[in-house]
Design a protein around this ligand. Structure first.
Ligand code: SAM
Length: 278
C-alpha cells in the first residue's frame, strides 16, 4: 500500500467519501490519482484552519480544480458557505464541485483578490491555500492580505516551505525552483514564485495589518507530482546562455525525481487575526 492509500485508509469517512468523488485524470506524466492525492493533502492542511461548521469562508486563489475548495466546503458543513475567488483558471472547477455534492454551499467568484467585491466583515474567515506563490511579488501579497483582513477578522494561510527533509522533497524543490524563471522568460507572467520561509510569510501578514496567533509547520508525507513541467518549455527560453543553464538544471531535477520520487515539502500554516489598532 502506498502512502496515499495509507493516509486515505486512516482518514475520516467524510474525507474518504469526498476524495472518492474526485475524478481520476489521464494526464501523463502525472499519475492518474494526482488530483485525489492533492485533495487529500488539502484536507489534512485545512483541518488546521479552525473553521467551525456554519461559518462563511472566502478562499483566495481557488485554482481550476477546486483542490482546496472541496475540503474547505467540507469543513463549513451544510449550513456554511465558501466563496472561491479565482481570477483566471476555472478549467474543471464547476464539474468537480458538482460531482462532490458540495455545490450548494460553494460559490465561484471570478475577480482579482486585490479588489474583493465583498463588504467589510462580510465573512468569518479568509483563506489562501497553496496560493501565496501565485499572488505576485511581496507588494501584491500584502495588497491581497489587506483585502482579506478587510472582509474577514480571521485569516488562514497554508503554503509549501522551501525546506527538504528527504531526497524526494529535495527533488520537488529542485524542479519547482525552475518554474519562476522559466515561466517568466517564456510567458512574461510571474507565477509559481519561490516558496517563502514561514517567518517571511508572517512578516507580510503583519505588514497587512494582521496579528499572527499561530504559526506551525506540518509534515505532510505524501507524494506531490506537481512541480514537474515539460522540458519543451525550457527549450523555448529566448536567451541562449540562460536556456542552456536552465536545461542543465531541468535535466538534473528530472533525474532526481526519477531516482527519489517527488514529495510535498513541509507546509507552513499561519492563523492571524485582524490587528485591533488598524
Ligand atoms: C497555485 S494555484 C492554487 C490552487 C489551489 N488553492 C490549490 O490548493 O491547489 C493559485 C491560484 O491563485 C490564482 N490567483 C493568483 N493571483 C490572484 C488574484 N490576485 N486574484 C484571484 N486569483 C488569483 C491563480 O490564478 C491560481 O489559479
Amino acid at each position: 500500500m502506498g502512502r496515499y492509500e495509507l493516509h486515505l485508509a486512516r482518514s475520516k469517512p467524510n474525507i474518504v467519501n469526498l476524495v472518492e468523488t474526485v475524478p481520476v485524470l489521464d494526464t501523463p506524466p502525472l499519475p492518474p490519482d494526482w488530483l485525489r492525492c492533492e485533495v487529500l493533502e488539502r484536507s489534512l492542511v485545512v483541518h488546521h484552519a479552525g473553521i467551525t461548521p456554519g461559518e462563511t469562508v472566502l478562499e483566495v486563489g481557488a485554482g481550476g480544480h477546486a483542490i482546496s475548495t472541496l475540503p474547505l466546503a467540507l469543513e463549513v458543513g451544510p449550513k456554511g458557505r465558501v466563496f472561491a475567488i479565482e481570477r483566471s483558471r476555472w478549467a474543471q472547477f464547476r464539474q468537480i464541485v458538482w460531482a462532490s455534492g458540495l455545490d450548494d454551499r460553494t460559490h465561484l467568484v471570478a475577480c482579482d483578490a486585490r479588489h474583493l467585491p465583498f463588504r467589510p466583515d462580510s465573512v468569518d474567515v479568509a483563506a489562501c491555500v497553496h496560493g501565496v506563490r501565485s499572488l505576485g511579488g511581496e507588494e501584491a501579497i500584502v495588497e491581497v492580505l489587506r483585502e482579506m483582513f478587510r472582509v474577514a477578522p480571521r485569516v488562514f494561510l497554508a503554503e509549501s516551505l522551501p525546506i527538504a527533509r528527504n531526497n524526494a522533497q529535495a527533488a520537488h524543490l529542485a524542479m519547482y525552483a525552475l518554474r519562476e524563471q522559466v515561466f517568466e522568460a517564456t510567458t512574461g507572467r510571474k507565477d509559481d514564485r519561490h516558496y517563502l520561509p514561514l517567518h517571511e510569510m508572517s512578516d507580510l501578514v503583519e505588514q497587512a495589518g494582521g496579528l499572527v496567533t499561530k504559526s506551525i509547520t506540518l509534515e505532510i508525507d505524501l507524494p506531490h507530482a506537481l512541480a514537474y513541467f515539460p522540458r519543451e518549455m525550457v527549450e523555448s527560453v529566448p536567451g541562449e546562455k540562460e536556456r542552456e543553464e536552465l536545461l542543465h538544471q531541468w535535466d538534473e531535477a528530472k533525474s532526481l525525481i526519477e531516482r527519489h520520487g517527488e514529495d510535498h515539502p513541509p507546509v507552513g500554516v499561519i492563523l492571524a487575526d485582524r490587528h485591533q489598532e488598524r
